[in-house]
Structures are given as structure tokens and as C-alpha cells.
Design a protein around this ligand. Structure first.
Ligand SMILES: *[C@@H]1O[C@H](CO)[C@@H](O)[C@H](O)[C@H]1NC(C)=O
Length: 208
């Protein structure tokens, strides 16, 4: 009997500790972000505008070295996502444009809305899964896997992605290695690339 009471009390505490305390918690970007996200904006000041993100409108230019343009609707740009474990991004590719190999803290689902791309990921056994997508096709990149997209069409391409985190982050392998402050001799050693090639890439990213 005692065990039952203890068990029931424990279960009640566990369920209470998982209780949802509010309908939403639009992030207050004026306060620091903690491990669970931002503090909540005063509900009295929230309007429909908080729940609508208009940053995906319009055309994009693709003039960077990767011939891409990435528009993030993560919690920083769209604070209504705070605490909801979901976010989006728009990916634009010029002809020959790529999203270079990268990873997030989350999974990602992509839908191609314009053009033709090859999308893929590489798992921890070094198996690559990649496919040429047609408009309307959807592909999933499982949590934390390195993945990429390449415009293989003769026209610009556009895709939208959703990620199961409000602040999923992006870590691009190429820029992590060559645009960071890591010294060239260490980069040579940890990549097996020649020093000439490492210096060429560090110059491209302004770190040589
Ligand atoms: C993305 O496109 C917008 C609109 O053309 C432009 O203002 C912005 O500079 C572009 N960003 C990059 C990184 O090319």
C-alpha cells in the first residue's frame, strides 16, 4: 500500500513537472537566451504579427562563393518559434549553386519548389544517400547527419526546409575548417590536404 502511494505521488510529480505552462512563449530577444530558449515576451503585447514571418518574400541574389542565398526563419528571426521545437529556412541556388556540406543539431525535411537539385546526406558508416529531386519532392536528413544540396539544373532553384528545433544552428564543414582561426599546420594534419591547398582555401575565406 505504501509503495502504491509513493508510486502515485511520484507519477503525479513527474506529470506535473511536464505540464505545459502556457499556450506559447514568443521570445523576448532583449533578454539573454538560456538553454531552453528565450524568456517569454509579455503576452499583453503580443499580436498576430508575432505569429507571421514575411522574410521569405521576394527574389534572392546568389553572388556569394557558393552561389546560394539562405534565409533563416529560426527563433532569432521569428521569435514566435521560441520553445516550439520547429523552424524553417529558404534556400536559393544560382546556376551551379550549392549549400555546402553541413549539419544541424536537429533533423531537417526539405521540399523543392523550383528547379532541380541533388540533395543528400552521409551517415556515420560513410554511406551516402542522395537523389535528384523534382519540384514537389521531399527528402529527410536525419538528426545531425552531414548533408548538402547542389543545383544541377540550368536555371536557379529554390527549396524550403523545416527543422525540428527553434534554434537548430548550421555548421558548414568547409567554413568551420578554413574560415576559422585554426592554424594552417593543424588543418593540414587533420584533413590530410596539402599545405598549398589549405592556404588557397584559407585565402578564399580571409584567414591566411
Ligand atoms: C540574398 O538576397 C537578398 C535579396 O536579393 C540580398 O539583399 C542579400 O544580400 C543576399 N544575400 C547573399 C548572402 O547573397
Amino acid at each position: 500500500m505504501n509503495n502504491l502511494i509513493i508510486f502515485s505521488t511520484f507519477s503525479l510529480l513527474v506529470s506535473l513537472s511536464h505540464a505545459i505552462e502556457f499556450d506559447f512563449c514568443v521570445g523576448d530577444l532583449s533578454l539573454p537566451r538560456g538553454p531552453q530558449g528565450y524568456a517569454c515576451k509579455d503576452p499583453a503585447s503580443i499580436t498576430t504579427d508575432d505569429f507571421v514571418y514575411t522574410g521569405f518574400r521576394g527574389e534572392r541574389t546568389t553572388t556569394n562563393i557558393f552561389k546560394n542565398n539562405v534565409t533563416l526563419a529560426f527563433a532569432d528571426a521569428f521569435p514566435a518559434l521560441n520553445g516550439l521545437g520547429i523552424s524553417m529556412a529558404r534556400l536559393d541556388f544560382g546556376v551551379g549553386g550549392v549549400i555546402p556540406i553541413h549539419s544541424h543539431r536537429t533533423s531537417e525535411v526539405i521540399i523543392l519548389t523550383k528547379g532541380s537539385i541533388i540533395a543528400g546526406f552521409i551517415d556515420t558508416t560513410n554511406t551516402a544517400y542522395y537523389r535528384r529531386l523534382k519540384v514537389g519532392d521531399v527528402m529527410i536528413f536525419p538528426q545531425s547527419m552531414l548533408h548538402f544540396q547542389v543545383n544541377v539544373g540550368k536555371t536557379p532553384a529554390t527549396a524550403f526546409v523545416s527543422l525540428n528545433g527553434a534554434n537548430p544552428a548550421i555548421q558548414l564543414t568547409t567554413t568551420a575548417i578554413f574560415a576559422s582561426n585554426l592554424p594552417a599546420d593543424i588543418v593540414d594534419q587533420i584533413t590530410l590536404l596539402s599545405n598549398e591547398e589549405v592556404m588557397r582555401l584559407k585565402r578564399i575565406f580571409g584567414t591566411a
